[in-house]
Design a protein around this ligand. Structure first.
Ligand SMILES: Cc1cc2nc3c(=O)[nH]c(=O)nc-3n(C[C@H](O)[C@H](O)[C@H](O)COP(=O)(O)O)c2cc1C
Length: 363
């Protein structure tokens, strides 16, 4: 519910005068116990979400193509990157609220409104009147009854001085999980742009001596790969450790805004590919490229398939096939614990690549 944090706070305020006997959420079990504690936590989480350092408003149209689901996927990607999201329906949004929200946020995501809805057109007018240059925009196009003129919308907003944050998302057929993943990654890309200054500031806030001391910690170099259905992705990692003997298990710290994070929930499987000291540079360079949302990260890389479907890199020194058992939340990473189900070493003998750093505020 993170993208709806503000609505949650309003709703919680409205129920305050009542003595609650049952919480009947729209998406889960009926709760009859610990109601004050549950509502208190919901309030705390929502406050935290609503007070994020940057905010984006996502405009969607209910009952129009796949607009609301696409908007939710983009919103999820934004919240992964630590940005507060407000969702407004172009069909029903209050014009004053639109103006106030657009003036306050750092970014906007919207789709062209259906031409037959005069209210949506009026909302679009309010958006145009309130936008400011320097704001970032993202456009998605979900075909409803007719073709949506997204390019016109992009041109108008760019003419007003706004910068496009990700390539326009065009949905012409029933969306697939891969498309939703692309939408999520687009949202995360926008969040990363908006949070860049804060991220740099925070990394400089650590005392220099402490930073150097943290930099003495070393890790190996690994490529984590994961696959779910048609979606597959990868990342370079060095915050990896053995975490149990029996069953053999490992821990990996995965930044909250990584694309692969969505594929590393309990029950998901992934492969840890161990890079070799002698051959790691080309693989490291390849996986550190800035990939576009949804781009195939394995193009040109030799792979074969693990039992659970994730790619094994043919040039890795060894691989471990793992299943996620649990995750622990830290401020900026998920500490993922996985049990190793199988693994093997390649024929080429060699040492694991080791990653030395000077400071602890970078990988
Ligand atoms: C040497 C090195 C080690 C890294 N280790 C990790 C890591 O352990 N966890 C992590 O989340 N990101 C790590 N990263 C960052 C990611 O590899 C990289 O930013 C990521 O692949 C980009 O993926 P994204 O598009 O999902 O953000 C590391 C980067 C470098 C250069």
């Amino acid at each position: 519910m993170a993208p709806n944090a503000r609505s949650v706070l309003t709703a919680l305020k409205r129920i305050t005068p009542f003595t609650l006997e049952t919480l009947a959420t729209g998406h889960g079990p009926l709760l009859r116990f610990n109601i004050p504690e549950v509502t208190r936590r919901y309030d705390t989480w929502s406050q935290k979400q609503a007070q994020a350092e940057a905010a984006v408003v996502v405009f969607y149209v209910s009952d129009y193509g796949y607009s609301d689901r696409i908007a939710q996927a983009i919103a999820h990607g934004l919240t992964k990157g630590g940005v507060a999201v407000e969702m407004l329906d172009l069909r029903t949004a209050d014009l004053l609220e639109v103006q106030e929200t657009v003036q306050r946020v750092q970014g906007l995501v919207l789709c062209p409104p259906p031409t037959e809805s005069t209210h949506s057109q009026a909302v679009l007018g309010s958006i145009f009147a309130a936008v400011q240059d320097k704001q970032r925009i993202g456009i998605f196009e979900s075909y409803g009854n007719q073709e949506s003129p997204s390019q016109i919308l992009v041109n108008q907003l760019v003419d007003l001085g706004l910068t496009l944050a990700f390539p326009t998302l065009k949905v012409t057929q029933d969306p697939t999980p891969a498309l939703y993943q692309t939408c999520e990654e687009s949202g995360t890309d926008l969040a990363q742009v908006l949070m860049l200054k804060q991220t740099i500031q925070k990394s400089k806030a650590v005392a220099p001596d402490l930073d150097k001391a943290m930099g003495t910690l070393v890790g190996g170099l690994y490529i984590i790969t994961a696959r779910r259905g048609d979606i597959q992705t990868a990342m370079l990692a060095s915050w990896v450790n053995q975490a149990s003997f029996n069953p053999p298990g490992i821990s990996i710290a995965v930044a909250k805004d990584r694309a692969i994070e969505s594929l590393m929930h309990p029950g998901d499987s992934f492969v840890l590919n161990v890079l070799a000291e002698a051959t790691y540079p080309p693989l490291m360079r390849h996986f550190l490229k800035r990939f576009k949302p949804g781009e195939d990260r394995f193009a040109g890389v030799k792979t074969y398939t693990a039992t659970h479907g994730a790619p094994i890199l043919a040039d890795a020194l060894a691989y471990l096939e793992c299943r996620v058992v649990s995750r622990m939340e830290t401020n900026d990473h998920w500490l993922v614990y996985g049990v190793v189900e199988s693994g093997d070493v390649s024929d080429s003998e060699g040492l694991t690549a080791v990653h030395y750093r000077k400071v602890g505020n970078h990988y």
